[in-house]
Design a binder for this molecule. Structure first.
Ligand code: DQA
Length: 146
């Protein structure tokens, strides 16, 4: 199924205004526009959801099974805390690419741990908004061959 859900977690609705020195000035709406253009070129359908609530994100992952062929997740701070979100991704058995705008490995030690990376096919971090496009490219390859 060539459809991808791009799920963004807490505080990512504030992109553009939130710590621009760390996250850049691109807004989430800009990122969604960039992803739509790339998805069209890759012949992928793409849907977006942003939530500040862990349970809403978990429900979205569950609902993706049977609807989407893959997931791109920037879980924000839930990356470093949410075993429940990790379990949700493991449960649906969909290929998932983890994205972060910043290079979490070059930041505070608590950001070096990612529960999500344990269930991701790969992690892209440090490339700003471009990371979402890289994730779409990676999933397109995966969805074509599977
Ligand atoms: C982030 C990195 C996280 O550590 C942080 O909590 C975020 C954003 C990123 O995209 O760089 O909210 O996921």
């Amino acid at each position: 199924m060539s459809s991808v859900l791009i799920l963004n977690g807490p505080n990512l609705n504030l992109l553009g205004q939130r710590q621009p020195e760390v996250y850049g000035t691109t807004t989430l709406a800009d990122i969604e526009d960039m992803c739509l253009t790339r998805a069209l070129a890759l012949k992928l359908d793409v849907s977006f959801l942003q939530s500040n609530h862990e349970g809403v994100m978990i429900d979205a992952v569950h609902a993706a099974k049977g609807t989407h062929g893959g997931l791109i997740i920037n879980a924000g701070a839930y990356t470093h805390t949410s075993i429940a979100l990790m379990d949700a991704v493991a449960s649906v058995e969909l290929p998932m690419v983890e994205v972060h705008l910043s290079n979490i490995h070059a930041r505070e030690p608590f950001r070096h741990v990612s529960y999500l990376s344990k269930v991701a096919i790969g992690q892209i971090c440090g490339f700003g908004a471009q990371g979402y496009l890289m994730a779409l490219d990676a999933l397109a390859e995966r969805l074509v061959i599977s």
